[in-house]
Design a protein around this ligand. Structure first.
Ligand code: DGL
Length: 272
Protein backbone atom coordinates (compact mmCIF):
# COMPACT_ATOMS: atom_id res chain seq x y z
CA UNK A 1 0.00 0.00 0.00
CA UNK A 2 1.30 3.50 -0.80
CA UNK A 3 2.11 5.46 2.34
CA UNK A 4 0.00 8.58 1.86
CA UNK A 5 -2.44 10.40 4.11
CA UNK A 6 -2.25 10.68 7.89
CA UNK A 7 -3.10 8.07 10.51
CA UNK A 8 -6.21 9.32 12.31
CA UNK A 9 -6.75 8.73 16.03
CA UNK A 10 -10.07 9.16 17.82
CA UNK A 11 -11.19 9.52 21.44
CA UNK A 12 -13.93 11.21 23.42
CA UNK A 13 -11.30 13.59 24.82
CA UNK A 14 -7.70 13.63 26.00
CA UNK A 15 -7.42 9.86 26.59
CA UNK A 16 -6.36 8.89 23.08
CA UNK A 17 -3.23 11.00 23.54
CA UNK A 18 -1.83 8.06 25.52
CA UNK A 19 -2.01 6.05 22.29
CA UNK A 20 -0.70 8.93 20.16
CA UNK A 21 2.23 9.30 22.56
CA UNK A 22 3.45 5.75 21.85
CA UNK A 23 2.88 6.16 18.12
CA UNK A 24 4.88 9.39 17.82
CA UNK A 25 7.69 7.91 19.90
CA UNK A 26 7.94 4.95 17.56
CA UNK A 27 7.12 6.73 14.28
CA UNK A 28 8.23 10.37 14.59
CA UNK A 29 8.23 10.88 10.80
CA UNK A 30 4.59 9.81 10.40
CA UNK A 31 1.72 12.24 9.94
CA UNK A 32 -1.01 11.96 12.58
CA UNK A 33 -4.40 13.55 12.95
CA UNK A 34 -6.20 13.48 16.31
CA UNK A 35 -9.90 14.06 16.88
CA UNK A 36 -11.79 14.30 20.16
CA UNK A 37 -15.55 14.33 20.59
CA UNK A 38 -15.15 16.46 23.71
CA UNK A 39 -18.70 17.87 23.57
CA UNK A 40 -20.07 14.36 24.22
CA UNK A 41 -17.49 13.47 26.89
CA UNK A 42 -17.70 11.24 28.90
CA UNK A 43 -18.56 8.40 26.54
CA UNK A 44 -18.52 6.00 29.48
CA UNK A 45 -21.90 7.35 30.64
CA UNK A 46 -23.53 7.18 27.20
CA UNK A 47 -25.33 4.36 25.41
CA UNK A 48 -23.30 2.21 23.04
CA UNK A 49 -25.66 3.12 20.19
CA UNK A 50 -25.07 6.87 20.69
CA UNK A 51 -21.30 6.33 20.87
CA UNK A 52 -21.39 4.23 17.73
CA UNK A 53 -23.41 6.85 15.80
CA UNK A 54 -21.00 9.64 16.84
CA UNK A 55 -17.93 7.61 15.95
CA UNK A 56 -19.33 6.76 12.52
CA UNK A 57 -19.66 10.51 11.79
CA UNK A 58 -15.97 10.87 12.71
CA UNK A 59 -15.14 8.03 10.36
CA UNK A 60 -16.65 10.07 7.51
CA UNK A 61 -14.63 13.09 8.65
CA UNK A 62 -11.40 11.05 8.66
CA UNK A 63 -12.16 9.79 5.15
CA UNK A 64 -12.69 13.39 3.97
CA UNK A 65 -9.34 14.28 5.53
CA UNK A 66 -7.64 11.57 3.48
CA UNK A 67 -6.68 9.37 6.43
CA UNK A 68 -5.10 6.10 5.32
CA UNK A 69 -5.94 4.29 8.58
CA UNK A 70 -7.99 4.99 11.69
CA UNK A 71 -7.06 4.00 15.23
CA UNK A 72 -10.01 4.10 17.63
CA UNK A 73 -7.93 5.23 20.60
CA UNK A 74 -10.90 4.79 22.90
CA UNK A 75 -12.02 1.52 24.47
CA UNK A 76 -15.64 2.63 24.73
CA UNK A 77 -15.86 3.56 21.04
CA UNK A 78 -14.00 0.36 20.13
CA UNK A 79 -16.58 -1.68 22.05
CA UNK A 80 -19.44 0.29 20.49
CA UNK A 81 -18.38 0.70 16.86
CA UNK A 82 -15.35 -1.33 15.76
CA UNK A 83 -17.23 -4.09 13.96
CA UNK A 84 -19.53 -1.69 12.08
CA UNK A 85 -16.65 0.63 11.23
CA UNK A 86 -14.53 -2.18 9.83
CA UNK A 87 -17.45 -3.30 7.67
CA UNK A 88 -17.96 0.05 5.94
CA UNK A 89 -14.60 1.82 6.09
CA UNK A 90 -12.53 2.13 2.91
CA UNK A 91 -9.35 2.16 5.06
CA UNK A 92 -8.20 -0.10 7.93
CA UNK A 93 -9.79 0.62 11.31
CA UNK A 94 -7.92 -0.59 14.39
CA UNK A 95 -9.39 -0.79 17.88
CA UNK A 96 -7.55 -0.79 21.21
CA UNK A 97 -9.08 -3.85 22.84
CA UNK A 98 -7.63 -6.67 20.73
CA UNK A 99 -3.96 -5.72 21.25
CA UNK A 100 -4.54 -5.36 24.99
CA UNK A 101 -6.19 -8.75 25.46
CA UNK A 102 -3.50 -10.57 23.47
CA UNK A 103 -0.80 -9.03 25.68
CA UNK A 104 -2.75 -9.66 28.92
CA UNK A 105 -3.33 -13.31 28.02
CA UNK A 106 0.38 -13.70 27.23
CA UNK A 107 1.50 -12.12 30.51
CA UNK A 108 -0.76 -13.78 33.08
CA UNK A 109 0.62 -16.79 34.92
CA UNK A 110 -2.37 -17.54 37.17
CA UNK A 111 -5.03 -16.88 34.48
CA UNK A 112 -6.62 -14.06 36.52
CA UNK A 113 -6.83 -10.74 34.69
CA UNK A 114 -8.21 -7.42 35.97
CA UNK A 115 -9.74 -4.85 33.62
CA UNK A 116 -10.36 -1.23 34.67
CA UNK A 117 -12.60 0.67 32.26
CA UNK A 118 -15.52 3.03 31.77
CA UNK A 119 -19.09 2.00 32.66
CA UNK A 120 -20.00 1.57 28.99
CA UNK A 121 -16.99 -0.67 28.25
CA UNK A 122 -17.83 -2.68 31.36
CA UNK A 123 -21.45 -3.09 30.14
CA UNK A 124 -20.35 -4.06 26.61
CA UNK A 125 -18.31 -6.93 28.16
CA UNK A 126 -16.02 -7.13 25.13
CA UNK A 127 -12.90 -7.60 27.29
CA UNK A 128 -14.15 -10.81 28.96
CA UNK A 129 -15.53 -11.99 25.61
CA UNK A 130 -12.23 -11.47 23.75
CA UNK A 131 -10.16 -12.89 26.61
CA UNK A 132 -12.33 -15.99 26.76
CA UNK A 133 -12.01 -16.39 23.00
CA UNK A 134 -8.24 -16.67 23.54
CA UNK A 135 -8.50 -18.94 26.60
CA UNK A 136 -11.86 -19.94 28.14
CA UNK A 137 -10.09 -20.72 31.43
CA UNK A 138 -9.17 -17.07 32.03
CA UNK A 139 -10.94 -15.41 34.94
CA UNK A 140 -11.69 -11.75 34.39
CA UNK A 141 -12.31 -9.24 37.19
CA UNK A 142 -13.75 -6.03 35.69
CA UNK A 143 -14.28 -2.69 37.41
CA UNK A 144 -15.56 0.61 36.02
CA UNK A 145 -13.59 3.62 37.32
CA UNK A 146 -15.33 6.72 35.90
CA UNK A 147 -13.85 9.03 38.53
CA UNK A 148 -10.36 8.53 37.08
CA UNK A 149 -11.61 9.43 33.58
CA UNK A 150 -13.00 12.74 34.83
CA UNK A 151 -9.80 13.59 36.72
CA UNK A 152 -7.58 12.98 33.68
CA UNK A 153 -9.84 15.04 31.41
CA UNK A 154 -9.19 17.94 33.79
CA UNK A 155 -5.45 17.35 33.63
CA UNK A 156 -5.37 15.97 37.18
CA UNK A 157 -2.94 13.03 36.96
CA UNK A 158 -0.70 12.98 40.04
CA UNK A 159 -0.68 13.77 43.76
CA UNK A 160 -2.03 12.17 46.92
CA UNK A 161 -5.69 12.65 46.00
CA UNK A 162 -5.11 10.88 42.66
CA UNK A 163 -3.21 8.10 44.40
CA UNK A 164 -6.11 7.62 46.86
CA UNK A 165 -8.59 7.29 43.99
CA UNK A 166 -6.35 4.88 42.08
CA UNK A 167 -6.05 2.77 45.25
CA UNK A 168 -9.87 2.67 45.50
CA UNK A 169 -10.08 1.36 41.94
CA UNK A 170 -7.12 -1.00 41.95
CA UNK A 171 -7.14 -2.58 45.41
CA UNK A 172 -10.47 -4.47 45.17
CA UNK A 173 -9.37 -5.91 41.81
CA UNK A 174 -5.91 -6.93 42.99
CA UNK A 175 -7.59 -8.28 46.12
CA UNK A 176 -9.15 -10.94 43.91
CA UNK A 177 -5.74 -12.32 43.05
CA UNK A 178 -5.25 -10.97 39.53
CA UNK A 179 -1.63 -10.92 38.36
CA UNK A 180 -2.26 -8.78 35.27
CA UNK A 181 -4.14 -5.49 35.13
CA UNK A 182 -5.40 -3.93 31.88
CA UNK A 183 -5.81 -0.15 31.78
CA UNK A 184 -8.96 -0.56 29.71
CA UNK A 185 -9.65 3.14 29.21
CA UNK A 186 -7.16 5.24 27.30
CA UNK A 187 -7.41 8.02 29.88
CA UNK A 188 -5.81 5.85 32.58
CA UNK A 189 -2.24 5.60 31.20
CA UNK A 190 -1.95 9.38 31.73
CA UNK A 191 -1.79 8.33 35.41
CA UNK A 192 0.77 5.61 34.70
CA UNK A 193 3.27 6.89 37.29
CA UNK A 194 0.60 6.63 39.99
CA UNK A 195 -0.53 3.18 38.78
CA UNK A 196 3.10 2.00 38.91
CA UNK A 197 3.38 3.17 42.53
CA UNK A 198 0.03 1.74 43.61
CA UNK A 199 0.33 -1.61 41.82
CA UNK A 200 4.06 -2.06 42.48
CA UNK A 201 5.08 -5.65 41.81
CA UNK A 202 1.63 -7.02 42.60
CA UNK A 203 0.64 -7.28 38.90
CA UNK A 204 1.75 -6.61 35.33
CA UNK A 205 0.16 -3.48 33.87
CA UNK A 206 -1.08 -3.55 30.26
CA UNK A 207 -1.39 -0.26 28.37
CA UNK A 208 -3.28 -0.81 25.08
CA UNK A 209 -1.53 2.17 23.44
CA UNK A 210 1.86 0.57 23.94
CA UNK A 211 0.61 -2.66 22.37
CA UNK A 212 -0.96 -0.89 19.38
CA UNK A 213 2.31 0.93 18.68
CA UNK A 214 4.26 -2.34 18.85
CA UNK A 215 1.99 -4.15 16.42
CA UNK A 216 0.78 -1.44 14.02
CA UNK A 217 3.33 -2.30 11.33
CA UNK A 218 1.74 -5.72 11.02
CA UNK A 219 -1.55 -4.03 10.09
CA UNK A 220 -0.50 -1.02 7.99
CA UNK A 221 2.63 0.32 6.27
CA UNK A 222 4.23 2.95 8.52
CA UNK A 223 6.91 5.57 7.81
CA UNK A 224 9.71 4.51 10.12
CA UNK A 225 13.15 5.82 11.08
CA UNK A 226 14.21 8.77 13.21
CA UNK A 227 12.94 12.26 12.43
CA UNK A 228 11.51 15.50 13.76
CA UNK A 229 7.85 15.40 14.69
CA UNK A 230 5.68 17.75 12.64
CA UNK A 231 2.81 19.44 14.54
CA UNK A 232 -0.22 17.20 14.88
CA UNK A 233 -3.46 18.44 13.47
CA UNK A 234 -5.99 18.09 16.31
CA UNK A 235 -9.74 18.61 16.19
CA UNK A 236 -12.28 18.83 18.98
CA UNK A 237 -16.04 19.27 19.17
CA UNK A 238 -15.44 21.07 22.47
CA UNK A 239 -13.50 24.19 23.31
CA UNK A 240 -10.27 24.19 21.26
CA UNK A 241 -8.32 26.39 23.70
CA UNK A 242 -9.25 24.22 26.67
CA UNK A 243 -8.46 21.00 24.79
CA UNK A 244 -5.09 22.38 23.79
CA UNK A 245 -4.20 23.62 27.32
CA UNK A 246 -4.89 20.20 28.87
CA UNK A 247 -3.20 18.33 25.98
CA UNK A 248 -0.06 20.46 26.45
CA UNK A 249 -0.09 19.69 30.15
CA UNK A 250 -0.51 15.95 29.55
CA UNK A 251 1.88 15.62 26.58
CA UNK A 252 4.11 18.72 26.52
CA UNK A 253 6.48 17.20 23.96
CA UNK A 254 3.80 16.69 21.28
CA UNK A 255 3.33 19.85 19.17
CA UNK A 256 -0.32 20.29 18.22
CA UNK A 257 -2.53 22.72 16.34
CA UNK A 258 -6.12 22.39 17.54
CA UNK A 259 -9.23 23.39 15.60
CA UNK A 260 -12.92 23.13 16.29
CA UNK A 261 -15.50 20.79 14.77
CA UNK A 262 -19.21 21.35 15.35
CA UNK A 263 -22.16 18.99 15.50
CA UNK A 264 -25.24 19.80 13.39
CA UNK A 265 -27.94 17.12 13.41
CA UNK A 266 -25.44 14.31 13.96
CA UNK A 267 -23.16 15.58 11.16
CA UNK A 268 -19.77 17.21 11.72
CA UNK A 269 -19.03 20.57 10.18
CA UNK A 270 -15.72 22.40 10.16
CA UNK A 271 -14.14 25.49 8.69
CA UNK A 272 -12.79 24.68 5.21
N1 DGL B 1 -10.92 7.20 26.76
C1 DGL B 1 -12.11 6.49 26.56
C2 DGL B 1 -11.99 5.01 26.69
O1 DGL B 1 -10.93 4.46 26.46
C3 DGL B 1 -13.43 7.08 27.00
C4 DGL B 1 -13.57 7.79 28.29
C5 DGL B 1 -14.94 8.44 28.40
O2 DGL B 1 -15.24 9.31 27.59
O3 DGL B 1 -15.71 8.05 29.32
O4 DGL B 1 -12.95 4.33 26.97
Amino acid sequence: MAVTGPIALFDSGEGGLTVLRHLVERFPRERFLYAADSSHFPYGEKSLSDVSRWFMAFLDFFTEQGARAVVIACNTATAAALTQAQTVSPVPVIGVIRAAVVQAAALTRNRRIGVLSTEATFRAALYPQELHAIDPRLQVVSKPCPILVAMVENGDIDGTHVEDRVHQCVDPVLGQGVDTLVLGCTHFPHMRAVFNRVVGDRAHIVDPGEEIARHLTSEIAMVSGPGILTPISAWTTGDAARFSTIATKLCPYIPMVTRRLSWHNDCLTYPG
